[in-house]
Design a protein around this ligand. Structure first.
Ligand code: GLC
Length: 533
């Protein structure tokens, strides 16, 4: 069976509001993405995932949609969207939209109608009950909200202004599948699926059992003192993944990338049966809270391989618009960031990089009180240091600041007096233009790695074998395809290491002092090499 393109691809996430502003309103736009396509093409990523830019009151910056087939005016028009799709394709790249299927905005006309009475034509499009059960929302607290107009409670998995659609209603399902077809007809190459694991809830609305768990974790979404037994990861959602896949199959090979959470054996179910007839890929968010050590990554890779062997393909992601940027976990150390990128771009899996990660953009700490993100307002009574100690990002504005292009005003992002979020004060040191000129910059390191990844089939689709017997602190693996074999060695430790290994050629090295001796390689602290066997 041939490997689908989306198992060999590389993904770059664009947060459109912060990427590039062409009309001077301080907000990034679609034309801005079009203008930067050559940069992205040259960087070497094949697939662009664009966070939502559809009509929305922007209460959750676009993850609260009021029309799935209209474009929010601050981003541009349908013509711009069509042009973006075409220009991406002209460069041999792919484009993926963000499908927020689970919920709409309370401003969506469907919800307004549904709210208006208990017997209107859309009365059953959302999840309504006379009495709430004990379910908690994903952001904590009761997820049932009372509508005085309809005199019933509606269910929101996320925030109160994001009511969940009712997928047990065939009309809803059909409408959303038609929305998917609408965009596939316009040429998109697939979708990233927002909080896909809450699509279905228990049909009987049974109460969730008690749990001692305070906060949800990546491998176990239970928290806020209850087991998330009946509101997440329901069997119907796994079936729905297959149905959605068959809708996409009408249009050829399309990517479906699920945002799901839970134990790996559960998230694996979204991929379908053994032939991978469900979603094409799922995020595995445990690695977003990685520890920078060879031991951690060895175990991570082993666990991932145990759950996502061929024909499945894992996704390697270390940053996104909801979590701390990866460099935050690395103490802003660029040497470590290069090594992490080297792992991400050579390990067996689809890499997914977040805008600005390629230049080492850092989090911008901002007070909760003035946040545009609604989440910190929910937690403003809890002192910030508690979240910092737990490593949790509450104010997501901190990782969504404008892209740092150059040294000009607003880091070259916009000509506006005020940008929608402040530009990070370090933009004169950290920006694309500056890093272009430095051969050893993170940006050029990633470009170099992407060039190799795009040339070597073994890195895109080869098998993987972890090497044993390496010194402590070092991680190594072999990637092998029919006609080539590469060895990747990574030193997660600050001390130099010598590794006995046979190879024919060193095709990439992270540190200038690496000297290839016969049958041995010397790795600098935080150094890494790619060797041809
Ligand atoms: C996902 C998105 C996040 C959004 C939420 C609700 O987790 O990544 O940004 O707030 O869903 O749509």
């Amino acid at each position: 069976m041939s490997i689908p393109w989306y198992h060999k691809t590389s993904i770059y996430q664009i947060y459109p509001r912060s990427f590039y502003d062409t009309n001077g309103d301080g907000i990034g736009d679609l034309k801005g993405i079009i203008q930067k396509l050559d940069y992205l093409h040259e960087l070497g990523f094949e697939t662009l995932w664009i966070s939502p830019f559809f009509s929305s009151p922007q209460a959750d910056t676009g993850y609260d949609i009021s029309s799935y087939t209209d474009i929010a005016p601050e981003y541009g028009s349908m013509d711009d969207t069509q042009q973006l799709i075409e220009e991406v394709h002209q460069r041999g790249m792919k484009i993926v939209f963000d499908m927020v299927m689970n919920h709409t905005s309370i401003e969506h006309p469907w919800f307004k109608e549904s709210c208006s009475s208990q017997d209107n034509p859309k009365a059953d499009w959302y999840i309504w009950r006379d009495k709430p059960n004990n379910w908690q929302s994903m952001t904590g607290g009761n997820g049932w909200h009372y509508s005085a107009e309809r005199r019933q409670y509606f269910w929101s998995s996320f925030l109160p202004f994001q009511p969940d659609l009712n997928y047990r209603n065939p009309e809803v399902k059909k409408t959303m599948f038609d929305t998917v077809r609408f965009w596939l007809n316009k040429g998109v190459d697939g979708f990233r699926l927002d909080i896909f694991n809450v699509i279905y809830k228990d049909a009987e609305f049974r109460d969730n059992p008690f749990s001692f768990k305070l906060l949800p974790t990546e491998d176990d979404p239970s928290g806020f003192f209850q087991e998330a037994k009946y509101n997440l990861n329901q069997p119907e959602s796994f079936e729905f993944a297959k149905e959605l896949r068959s809708v996409c199959d009408e249009f050829g090979e399309k990517i479906l990338l699920g945002e799901v959470s839970g134990d790996r054996s559960i998230i694996r179910k979204f991929l379908g049966d053994d032939i991978n007839n469900g979603l094409g890929l799922v995020f595995d968010f445990e690695m977003l809270s990685f520890q920078f050590s060879a031991d951690y990554f060895r175990k991570l890779i082993e666990r991932i391989e145990a759950h996502f062997p061929d024909p499945f393909m894992p996704v390697y992601v270390f940053s996104n618009h909801d979590r701390h940027r990866s460099i935050h976990r690395l103490g802003d150390d660029l040497r470590k960031a290069k090594l992490l990128a080297m792992l991400q771009l050579t390990v067996r899996g689809v890499p997914c990089m977040y805008y600005g990660e390629e230049i080492g953009m850092t989090d911008l700490k901002q007070p909760f009180g003035s946040a545009l993100d609604p989440i910190p307002h929910k937690f403003k009574l809890i002192p910030r240091f508690i979240f910092d100690l737990l490593g949790l990002l509450i104010n997501r504005d901190e990782v969504r600041t404008p892209m740092q292009w150059d040294e000009a005003k607003n880091a070259g992002f916009s000509s506006a007096e005020k940008t929608w979020l402040p530009v990070h004060g370090n933009y004169r040191e950290i920006n694309v233009e500056k890093e272009n000129q430095d051969k050893a910059s993170l940006l050029n390191t990633i470009r170099g790695l992407m060039r190799i990844r795009n040339q070597e089939t073994s890195l895109q689709e080869g098998s993987q074998e972890i090497l044993n017997g390496l010194p402590n602190g070092a991680l190594g693996y072999k990637r092998k395809s029919a006609d080539e074999s590469l060895i990747i060695l990574l030193n997660f430790d600050g001390l130099e290491k010598e590794i006995q290994i046979e190879f024919s050629e060193c095709i990439f090295t992270l540190s200038s002092r690496d000297t290839a001796k016969e049958k041995a390689i010397r790795l600098n602290g935080f150094g890494g090499v790619i060797l041809r066997e």
